[in-house]
Write a new protein. Sequence first.
Length: 194
Amino acid sequence: MTEPLHPVLLNTWKHHAGWIRWRIGAAVGAGAEGVAALPRELLVVGSRLMDLYTGPLTPVEIGAHVVAQLRDAGRLEFDALSAWLEGQGEYAVIEMPDGSKWTVRLGPPEGRYLHLHPGRWSPHTVRVQANTLKSAVMAHAHARLTGGDPADLAVVNAARQTYLDLLPVREVTGDAGLGAVIALLGERGASAPR
């Protein structure tokens, strides 16, 4: 599970559930120190609402598909992409083979200037609050490290307090809240990463 190739910028912590599941597993595989390092990595998630891709495509596949479409249209180089996006209201939407839609924005000309994130309300995408995602990640990591259940209220609150310095929650809601994101990041929550 690797990052897309240059010039694609895709924040996998915020936008790719399969990558997050992989990263949790890698952290747990490194033991208590690996799990303790996750909160620092989670800083890139920020504090806002975001769109999280839940489909089967890897970050590399998503990036390669967008790059191929833009290259075929003569819009891959920075100047051509910049001119095209300016004419599109500063963003464009590209559809993937699985039906998901990805928003293309322009980043700085040096480095990874092709900024991707899942389209709002796109197939294979859910909206999630930052602290909800962070709590679900740490509940999974803590549960796997200690042998608990990530959906157990005591495990969730221990993870929130130990790793994120967040107040405890009264319940782990299932439909659209923390319980749903915990289930999504679980072994059977969505398509397994490749």
